[in-house]
Design a protein around this ligand. Structure first.
Ligand SMILES: [Zn+2]
Length: 359
């Protein structure tokens, strides 16, 4: 089967990728860690997170991430529960944000990307690749709380619309965007001066309504910030909030004729964090567990197999080619990239292109 025949069979016309920075698979699949929640050093406001502690593991994880477990796990797929030997890993060695986002979106780990330093990415991402295809030109946008994305996505070279850090909305903005522009600076996150993830989300949502992008990348950052600060309660609240924003986004998508039943949503993280009850705050090469991540996906081409329980190993670098496959495009990169996650795409037989390496 040729790639074009394969692409024609897909229902996906739009792709949304959402990253929860530094959010561990442990909380995704097992809910709040009861040992960390009981440690007053990490959990200062117990009452706010108490509701994540009363049930079984499956109840607790759903209380923490109701959209992930009530919607994605029912109608889509979740990868990365290592208790079943279902593993998703970073292949970059740094296990930091920039190397992680770059691996995810470029399709390979590049040793030149060693830190979070704000340098322009020498490699084009799949977002840049799609923005160069006729069908997707000027239909690719990215919104992030972290202000490094203009560099990671090489905003100027790629021509992607990027709104990062505390950037305002521009162009013919809506009333809501004017409100956001007027209020963003008044309510910055006291811990680091960044905007809250809600602002990133609301800017993205308004842009979706107004400009109808076909590819949207959205990155939330509060989980990682609170992780570094050692505030487990805040980390859980940030994840719970991100889940709520995802539910709102999916609700909008499934109620909008431009997107309904033709949009694939992929949710993931840039890196894991240390495992265990004390090391969870950090992530780096020698913090064991930092390279352990997860994928979630829901959309019209994805079989509803839910939580994946088969022994298997996947890599962050597989997402670039997978995103491109959902877009019906054959991804080109200068180096071999991770293979398409063919189980995410409804097909009995795997067409040659899906498992093909780079030409
Ligand atoms: Zn971090």
């Amino acid at each position: 089967m040729s790639f074009s025949t394969f692409a024609q069979e897909l229902k996906t016309e739009n792709i949304i990728i959402v990253a929860l920075d530094g959010y561990r698979w442990q909380e995704v699949f097992e809910g709040a860690d009861q040992r960390i929640i009981q440690n007053p050093k990490f959990t200062k406001n117990r009452s706010g997170v108490d509701r994540f502690t009363h049930g079984s593991t499956t109840e607790n994880r759903k209380a923490l991430m109701p959209f992930l477990w009530g919607e994605v796990a029912v109608h889509g797929q979740l990868y990365g529960n290592r208790r079943f030997g279902n593993k998703v890993n970073c292949s970059n060695l740094q296990l930091l944000s920039y190397p992680g986002y770059s691996e995810m979106l470029v399709g390979f780990a590049d040793l030149r990307i060693r830190s979070n330093e704000k340098k322009i990415n020498p490699n084009a991402t799949v977002l840049e690749f799609l923005n160069r295809q006729k069908e997707f030109q000027n239909k690719v946008a990215a919104f992030s709380t972290w202000d490094a994305f203009p560099y990671i996505l090489s905003e100027e070279r790629s021509g992607i619309h990027v709104n990062a850090g505390t950037e305002l909305a521009d162009g013919e903005i809506s009333r809501q965007e004017r409100w956001l522009n007027g209020n963003q600076d008044k309510v910055v996150n006291p811990s680091n001066g960044a905007r809250y993830d809600e602002y990133t989300y609301l800017y993205a949502k308004e842009f979706v309504k107004r400009k109808k992008p076909k590819v949207l990348f959205l990155s939330f950052n509060e989980t990682d910030e609170h992780g570094h600060a050692g505030r487990y309660d805040e980390y859980l609240m940030a994840a719970n909030k991100a889940d709520r924003l995802l539910a709102d986004l999916w609700n909008y998508i499934q109620s909008s004729p431009d997107y309904k039943n033709k949009t694939t949503l992929i949710i993931t993280t840039d890196h894991g964090r240390g495992s265990g009850k004390n090391n969870w705050t950090k992530h780096r090469l020698f913090a064991r567990g930092s390279g352990q991540i997860w994928f979630a996906v829901i959309g019209p081409d994805t079989p509803p197999t839910g939580e994946m329980k088969t022994r298997n190993k996947y890599y962050q670098k597989q997402l670039a080619r997978t995103i491109s496959a959902f877009a019906g495009q054959q991804y080109h990169a200068p180096r071999p990239t991770g293979e398409v996650m063919h189980t995410m795409i409804r097909r009995e037989e795997t067409p040659a292109i899906v498992s093909a390496q780079n030409e």
